[in-house]
Design a protein around this ligand. Structure first.
Ligand SMILES: *Cc1c(COP(=O)(O)O)cnc(C)c1O
Length: 219
């Protein structure tokens, strides 16, 4: 499919790019059908909706990633229902997730979300503030810092898409040069996954291209 073609075009091994199926707005039955077709990892944006699906499908032993904006007062269910959180953008939320993560569960895998679109976007930490946040997050006992995530502003300009994804890749490389062991670049969605894979994405978050157009927008 598209991931394999994009990886080969970039001279990369397709097995180095994971597919996260973004199931927000789709019912548990849709997730179940994708799981039966072999999909293992699913992404959710909204706390209540996501936790309900995690609980309804617990028997399937899927891997759940929280990828949406997270308010502090809703961190507890996320800390315990999900295996991954991609949207860490400030220390306070990381501290809450770490202290709320059940001691019997393995450490929560996290990515720091970075704003690579400058003024055009408000979500994610500014690149200049990333190293300090990464050090603080890596020091938290119940979190495991795996890498970086970005949602660049949508654009049809493929060169600009690549430039923003390259920015995230370079930020990961500079953290690695500082000694961080990171294995995840969470970048690329239905409309820009080819550019993301060309710039080193290890995980692409794909909703529409798997499930179809969502019938209701963000609540
Ligand atoms: C909705 C969403 C996606 C998937 O977007 P599509 O364009 O449907 O592939 C990926 N990442 C995040 C953070 C999202 O909110």
């Amino acid at each position: 499919m598209r991931i394999e073609a994009a990886a080969r075009a970039a001279g990369r091994d397709p097995s180095q790019v994971r597919l996260l199926a973004v199931s927000k707005t789709w019912p548990a039955e849709s997730v179940e059908a994708a799981a039966q077709a072999g999909q293992q990892a699913f992404g959710e944006n909204y706390v209540q909706e996501g936790v309900a699906k995690v609980e309804a499908l617990a028997a399937l032993q899927l891997e759940w990633h929280f990828i949406g904006p997270l308010q502090s007062n809703k961190s507890r269910p996320v800390a315990n229902a999900f295996q991954w959180v991609h949207s860490i953008d400030r220390l306070k939320i990381a501290e809450r997730l770490s202290s709320q993560r059940d001691i019997h569960l393995p450490a929560l895998n996290v990515c720091i979300q970075v704003n690579v679109s400058g003024e055009a976007s408000k979500s994610g930490v500014a690149p200049a503030e990333l190293p300090a946040l990464a050090r603080a997050v890596a020091a938290l006992p119940r979190l495991r810092l795996r890498g970086l995530m970005a949602i660049p502003e949508p654009t049809d300009d493929v060169a600009l898409q690549r430039e923003r994804f390259a920015t995230l890749r370079r930020l990961k490389e500079s953290l690695e040069a500082e000694g961080f062991a990171l294995d995840t670049l969470s970048m690329g969605m239905s409309d820009d996954l080819e550019a993301a894979i060309a710039e080193g994405a290890t995980l692409v978050r794909v909703g529409t291209a798997i499930f179809g157009s969502r019938s209701y927008p963000a609540p």
